[in-house]
Structure formats: structure tokens, C-alpha cells
Design a protein around this ligand. Sequence first.
Ligand code: ADP
Ligand code: MG
Ligand code: MG
Length: 883
Amino acid sequence: TKWVYSFGDGSAEGSAADRNLLGGKGANLAEMCSLGLPVPPGFTITTEFCTWHYANGRAYPDELKQQVTAALVGIGEITGRSFGDPSNLLLVSVRSGARASMPGMMDTVLNLGLNDETVDAMARESGDARFAYDSYRRFIQMYSDVVLGVDHGYFEEILEDEKAGLGVELDTEITADQWQQVIQLYKDKVEEELGQPFPQDPNEQLWGAIGAVFSSWMNHRATTYRRLHDIPASWGTAVNVQAMVFGNMGDTSATGVAFTRNPSTGEKQLYGEFLVNAQGEDVVAGIRTPQNLTEAARIEAGSDKPSMEKVMPEAYAAFVAVADRLEQHYRDMQDLEFTIERGKLWMLQTRSGKRTAKAALKIAVDMAAEGLISTEEAVLRIDPASLDQLLHPTIDPKAERNIIGMGLPASPGAATGEIVFSSDEAEEMRAQNRKAILVRIETSPEDIHGMHAAEGILTTRGGMTSHAAVVARGMGKPCVSGAGTLRVDYRNATLTAMGQVFRKGDIITIDGASGQVLKGTVPMLQPELSGDFASIMEWADAARRMKVRANAETPADARMARSFGAEGIGLCRTEHMFFDDERIVAVREMILSDAEADRRAALAKLLPMQRSDFAELFEIMAGLPVTIRLLDPPLHEFLPKSDEEIDEVARGMNISADKLRQRTEALHEFNPMLGHRGCRLAVSYPEIAEMQARAIFEAAIDAGQSTGKPIVPEIMVPLVGLLKELDYVKARIDEVAQAVMAERGVQLDYLVGTMIELPRAAIRAHVIAEAAEFFSFGTNDLTQTTFGISRDDASSFLETYRQKGIIEKDPFISLDIDGVGELVRMAAEKGRTARPDIKLGICGEHGGDPSSITFCEEVGLDYVSCSPFRVPIARLAAAQAAI
Ligand code: ADP
Ligand code: MG
Ligand code: MG
């Protein structure tokens, strides 16, 4: 088996396409070599060997040893040196490199091959003893730490003591003799810790380092990281062994890192740092303050340390040329690592650079404008989920932060406001046009109105999937959850944070992107929806097939949805319109009446309110489709709970509180999720559906006249399992339609359809499609009913399932393609067979989840519908799915 791939001197056995085999680092080193760029020669041991090694009792077969020895000879031929030969010393680095860059893997070991004998040879040959001993002490420290497991803290202590004794501050001030002393202390320490001396044999050193890389693939940090990022253990890591070049050979040598464009703004400018007379990780380790690469950046930073452009103009020019070449070649922003040895440039790494969401947009748009990539490629370059960061106000990065606590970044965006401790207070503030932050130990469904009214939500308990977090994300409200160091005292209305006491009305700021809680107001940056964002969205819209609608019922949400580009409403949940203070009384009267006549009287009070709600939605959507769902939840959700509320309703209805309590108890259900809800309500109480249908039709006619755009309402019947259920409700709706048209003397087009949210409905979709003019997949309920898992109770065990590897993702967040998805696919096909022009959409949480959207495209749905804040994400994901 070929386990070793060499690169160097303008050619390589592998290339960038071999990422899986050679790891990201090895594949790109090979590619750079083939491009003729200056790369120290080396070789890569493949990820396949890593897998073989673990499958075969961690063995190192002779075949591998022979290939490594041959490859080392190859490096020697290119460099004119020989590994382990003091008269002509070849030193190497040993670097790990998986397919995806992975923290937790073994750190790089530099200067491998040095020992007490070869270091003297190196000092003689280079004519620079300080350089030789500096390299050796680095090697002993790195190798002892990462291969032998001797804590690097010991070495740092020794060095600190030594520097203090010598009265010097910088490592670069230490002389050759002084380094020799440090080296002796280091070696003594290793022997003391391990009971044996530091290994002197270069071959033993090499195999020790190679073995350490392969071992690190299974260490705790790496396995945890893989689990969190869904990286399979079977991928394995590669090992790169590469001839050393030296950035620590005095003032004409240096080491640095750079991005070909600014990774936080996306600006097209080389961006990076370097250090003169330094090696490897010194730049990132912060041992000395690094210097800017370019003069422009130095001036902007106001630094008095000269730039590379200034002090090494030739090497700088060479580097700029290489950076340009690599960006053109890879057609993406690159993250580069390089070293200058006595004025000569060497490239040590290139990869696509990580960037902020904002930079990603700018880079993609700029590269499309430069002709480097197509607009479709630009669309594919943006992670849809990352747009979330851009759609909310954020704290100005230059702002001073007075942090008083830390929680989970539960819902992005930043918000400032006065502290309130209850949802009612939040509403009062809202009514006075004041901004509130709702501070609760935790929130419950009763806090929805307060969460709506507040600018942001802060809880001291609960995780990323707590009620507060989930609801806030749906509303697009900033939220910090589980800020455990804060104390909320409802009785005294105080928030205690780091010994400071805050009261109602005191101003705080929360940052839902970082989880920070800050004192006072903090300067913010408003979301930038024009410019690059608009360009990407425009290109995405041109590329996508599916429409994107929003789930919205309030005028504010509908307007927001339109401003984010929604092409209609896919789900208007009418029950959300019933919670209003004024309406809830009429709703309760309706529910609690024994007789149909009383119910109709109560419904008559609701009719004008519903009509104006719908008219406003139709006006805002101006002719775009609007799907309105008939009342869905079990009625007891609207019931009065506290004694005060019960008394109030009883007085209004002119009955005794006891009678009311009895009626309330009669409505109790053991399993409301599977109880008296959805179309079952319309079957039991058709007058409710009739009132809603009337409100919809009258509003459609009114809004059609006021906007001059014909409005075609789509009425959706929830929780249908039987054709006859739909037939029954549809007949009521049709009757009302005829009546309203006759009364108004106008014609009106409308559609009646159903949600597919029960397995039976999916199985019988071809039959249900006889009556349904559209299907909307209600994947929240369909997931609940397919799995037989209650969404409200699932969080306690689904996380355990995920940790134990039984499920990969929460099926309520990302559609379970194999199971629930199969039902969706089947129902879509059956529906189309029975009614070829049937409209198909999805309106569960999944409508805003990129991987679920990819599936919807595959099945050929006509649209996805999601919460307003996710509309841009869905537009982009739908485009990516179509490209
Ligand atoms: P990481 O994956 O943590 O970036 P690397 O393997 O890239 O680790 O090594 C870190 C640094 O070590 C490189 O950026 C480079 O500065 C230095 N380095 C690695 N190999 C060599 C080498 N052969 N010659 C000189 N410096 C090297
Ligand atoms: Mg690196
Ligand atoms: Mg449902």
C-alpha cells in the first residue's frame, strides 16, 4: 500500500483534490508545490494509514518505515542534507492535519532531529550559536510537552526565573551561553519527571512524534470535538513531515500569518502579522507583540513597530505575489502561514480562511464582481444560518463593555432597555413607548405577551432550548438565557449582579450573540440590509424555484416578513388573535356557554375584530397569498386560571364562579395534544369555523376593494385525518362563501386546503386531495405524531438520545428525512396524482431550517413558510438547494 506521499521542488504526488487522503494541510502543501511556489520539501503519511493503524493493534509495519525512510532520503536530495547527520544536518517539523482543521490534535513539533551533538554542528555551520541553541531549547520544550507529556508550565517557569535572574525581558535578548544553561535545566527537568533522559536519537524522536499525532486522534479533546461537529472517527488524521526553514536566524528572518482579505470586514486588503527573528507559534502565542504586514495597516493601527513592507521589502513583494496567486488559484480568501529565512520566503500553509458573516457577504460579492466566481457560486459561498447574525442590531465592536453577567447566547441581536420583572410590566412600558428588558428566572407560555412587548429577554435559568430561548428565536428577539450568576428577587423587584443591585427601571443591555449582560446603554450598529446583503439576496432569488412565505399573524410580523422578502403568508395562526385582553373575555364566553345560541352571540362579538385583523393582513400582503388556519388549539388553553380571572368571567356571564369552575373542569383533557382540537373543534362547533370563514371572506372583499388587488384567501383546515372531516368543514365554509357573495353582490375566489400533520392524512393524501386544493405540511405536529413524541416533553430525553448517538439531530429542529420526510414525499406524490395542480407547502419550524429546505426542494414543494426573521435564511437556502 502507498502510505507516504512526497512533495517538494516544484512537484508533488498529491494535490488539493486529495484532501480526504492527505488531510487539508498536506493536500494544500502538495498543491502549492505543484504550482511552483516555495515550499520546504516534505511528505505526508495518509489518513488511510491512521485508520489501518487503529484497526491493526496500533502497529507500524516495516512497509511504512521503508516508505518514510525513502521519503526522508528524498527530502535530503532536494535540500542537500541528511536526517541525523551532524555534518550536514536536516531538521524537520512534524505536523498533524485532518480533513477538517481540528483543535484537540497534537501541536506541531519544530526543529526535530536536534540533540546535544547536532546542535553544536548547527551552531558551527550557521555561524550563529544563539540561533542554534534557541532552536534546541524550543525543540526540547515542544517535544517534551506534546510527545512526552511533560507540562509546558515547568519550562516556562524555568525560563521566567532565568530571565529574571539575568534581568532581560525578551527571549531574543538571551545569548547563546545563557540558552545553553536553560537547555541544561530543561533536560534535568525532563529526566526528573520521566525518570529517563531526553531522547537523543533523531529516529526515536521522529517516530515518537509521528506516534503522538496518531494517538492524539483518539484523545479526549479530539473525540469530543468530533462528536460536537459530526466528524466520524473513521476519517483519521494525516501526519506531515517537512524540512525546517528558520525564521529565527536573526533580523533578516521572520515568521507570520496572513489573510488575503480582511476576515472581519471582507475588505480587499492583505491582512496579517509577523515577527522578526521568531519561529512558528510565537506570532499567535503573544510572546511579543507582532508587527503589521502592510504600511497601511500599521498607520491605521497607529503602531510604531515597522511593517514588513518597510523592513523586508523584497520578501514582502514576493509574499504579496504568492498571496495573490493563491487567491486566484483557489478562488477564495486564503489564510496563509509563512516564514522568511535570511530574506527568502517559504510558504508553510494555505487554506480557505474563516470569516465573519459580514465578511463572507462582502468577499462573495466582490469576487463575483471581479469575475473570479459566478453569482451562483457567490450564493453558494454563504452559510444561510450565518445570516442570523446580520439581521439584528449588534453591539459596536469599538464600544466599551461593562459586563455584569454572562449567560447563553440564546437568540442573536443586542437590546437595551429598562429592567422589568413581569410580562404585564413589559406591556405597560410598551404602551408608554418605553423600552423594556424582561428579566425572569425563567419564562412560560403565559409570558408570550411580555416577550412580545419587551426589547429583549434575560433569564437566569434554562438552556438553549428553554422556553425563553425557543420563543425568542421564533420572534427574532434578542435573548440571553441561563445567566446563572445573576440573582432575581421578584418580591423586592431586584436583580443582583456581581454585588451590584439593579431595580426596576435601571437600564441594562443584553447581547444575544455573546451571552453578555451589560450595565447601561451601549452603542449599537443597525443591521445593513442593503449593499452586499441585497446583492446576494437578489442572486439567490434569481436562482431559486421555491417561494418563501412567512408564518405571521400580527400586522407587525407581516410587515417585517415583507421587508425581509416574504412572498406571502404560509400560516396565520388565528388563535394568536384571541389572547388580546378585550377579546379573551368574548372567547371565554364562547367556550363556556352550554348552548349554541349563546356561543353564536359570543362569536358575533369576535367577528368584527377578526374581520379587521384579516383585512389588515390582506392589505399588508397586497395580493400576495395568505393562508389562514382555522382555530387549532384545545379550547381549555383559553380558559381563566386564577380565581380572580374566574370571578371576572363569571360576573360577565352572569353565572356563579362555581358553575364556571365545573365547566372548566369538564374541559380538562388528559392528552390535549391528541385531544379535542384542530378540525375536531369545527366538527363539534361548526359555528366557530363559520364565524372565521365569514370574517375571512368579508375581509378579502373589503381589502380587495381598498387595495384594488384581487385577494384569493386560502383557508386551511388543521389536523385532518379523514376525508369526511374535511368534507364536513369545507361544506360549512362553502355555504358561508355563497352567503357572503350574495350579500355583497361580488364574486370571490378562494381555496380550501388542509394541513398534513397526521400520518393517516399522509397515507390517505390521494383521497384527501379530492377535497383539498392545497396541502401545507405541518411538520411540527407530523413529527410529534409520527414519532409519538410530545414536543413539549421531548427536551428532557432527546438530548440524552443525541449524546448517546441514538439520534443525530433534534427532529423538531431538522426534519427527520428518513421517517417524517418519507411521509411528506409520499403525501406530495399522492396529492399530485389526485390533483395535478395541488399547491404544496411546509409551515413547521423546519420551513426555516436549511437542510430541511434542501429536502423540500427535492420533493418539489411550491413554497416553504417560516418565522419572519428566518425569511432571508430560507431564501438563500432555497436558492442553494436549487443550484
Ligand atoms: P497548526 O495546524 O496549529 O497551524 P502547523 O502545523 O501549521 O500547526 O504549524 C504551526 C506553525 O509552525 C506554522 O505556522 C509555522 O510557522 C511553523 N512550522 C511548521 N512547520 C515548519 C517548518 N517545516 N519550517 C518552519 N516552520 C514551520
Ligand atoms: Mg498552521
Ligand atoms: Mg399543527
